[in-house]
Design a protein. Structure first.
Length: 387
């Protein structure tokens, strides 16, 4: 074999290798905005890294070409609120058509198995979110009706059914795709801000399962490394935490809280021992919380003289908003505390709060009797306790 032939063979082999690692994205945006751009970002362990941008043609077409050496997550986006998460693998040629304002719900998508799987999951997730939104709309439409407590109980029951359904679907989705990075994404899906489908306390088996599979397949990939570290921390907390999750630990002494009042004094939760106490987590920005507050006023007036107290903890962002919420809802009769740190409040991890309103009913020794009591259900239990 002569040297010239060897030279050409090397060029062909190198070109073939590059081609195998090359990912092409051919897209069409329906009814594109004038002079609009589309962006491609790579998901790294500590955030997003801009990769490329493309001006969308007047017909709505765009294309990207990227060298990818292993399956990796990318975001195709028009802005930070409108994006499609993609799992790109070497050699893929992806063709997709999307609506201008909803990239995360492609009209059509071919050429990327991982991205197709995530789009399929998102379709089911959006259906659940739509049903949950429908429940909220029913609540808003009936917020001034006299039978609201019964309605809330019914809506809560339906919401739990929908959450259980998407939780079951997510577990099957993970089991069916355990060798794909899409299983990692499924662990952290939400139906509302801070309302996660998978709960480490209840679903740790799946966090460990995904971590084990992904870390053996992609030990150097940044999102997998991040997952591995997070799962180690979660497992240690779930297995070694001396305080069980209050939401499921009836009979456990409620972890103590020591936070400032609006007047600047510090009142401990433990200082309420000797009373039946409703420990309630709320915020002025939380519409369901505000709708439930009149019920709290009612039960407080009914049972306070018999030994009932409310210790209300706010997750507000500002002191002014917190105080205005207290004033507007006429809540000044009971104990209010807050560190005004929003979801960074120290009570969030202490009580493993994932959404508000949330509450725990405590006996006179501070043991948890029940949790998440609202409307007529709260009234019924208090009536039994103070019979």
């Amino acid at each position: 074999m002569n040297k010239k032939l060897i030279f050409y063979l090397i060029i062909v082999l190198v070109s073939a290798a590059c081609k195998n690692n090359s990912v092409r994205i051919l897209g069409t945006i329906i009814n594109p905005a004038v002079d609009s751009y589309i962006y491609l970002d790579e998901l790294k362990g500590n955030g997003l890294k801009p990769v490329d941008s493309m001006r969308v043609t007047s017909e709505g077409s765009f294309r990207f070409k990227k060298e990818v050496t292993q399956p990796s997550f990318y975001l195709l986006k028009s802005n930070n609120n409108n994006f499609l998460t993609m799992l790109l693998e070497p050699g893929e040629k992806i063709t997709l058509k999307v609506q201008r304002d909803s990239l995360n719900e492609p009209v059509s998508l071919t050429g990327s198995k991982g991205t197709e799987l995530m789009a399929e999951y998102n379709k089911n997730l959006q259906a659940t979110i739509k049903k949950m939104t429908g429940l909220h709309n029913i609540y808003e439409q009936n917020s001034d009706k006299p039978d609201l407590p019964k309605l809330i109980e019914s809506l809560d029951s339906l919401a739990n059914i929908y959450l259980n359904e998407i939780n079951t679907y997510t577990k099957k989705y993970i089991d069916d795709n355990l060798t794909s990075l899409v299983s990692l994404v499924a662990l952290y899906q939400q139906v509302a801000p801070s309302v996660y489908i998978m709960n480490p306390a209840k679903d740790m088996k799946y966090f460990l399962k995904v971590d084990s599979s992904m870390f053996s397949l992609y030990p150097a990939y940044e999102p997998v490394v991040s997952l591995h570290e997070q799962v180690k921390e979660l497992a240690a907390k779930v297995n070694g935490d001396s305080i069980a999750s209050p939401a499921s630990a009836s009979g456990t002494v409620a972890p103590d809280i020591s936070l400032p009042t609006p007047e600047g004094d510090t009142i401990k939760l433990s200082s309420t021992r000797g009373s039946i106490v409703l420990l309630d987590f709320w915020a002025s920005w939380c519409t369901p919380c505000r709708k439930e507050n009149p019920n709290l006023v009612t039960v407080y007036n009914m049972y306070h003289k018999k030994g009932f107290q409310i210790y209300q903890v706010s997750l507000d962002k500002t002191r002014d908003a917190w105080l205005k919420g207290i004033q507007d809802d006429h809540l000044d009769k009971w104990i209010h505390v807050s560190d005004v740190q929003y979801w960074n409040s120290i009570v969030v991890p202490l009580y493993k709060i994932e959404s508000i309103p949330a509450n725990f009913l405590l006996d006179k020794e501070g043991h948890i009797i029940a949790s998440n009591l609202r409307g007529e259900r709260l009234q019924t239990i208090l009536a039994e306790l103070f019979k």
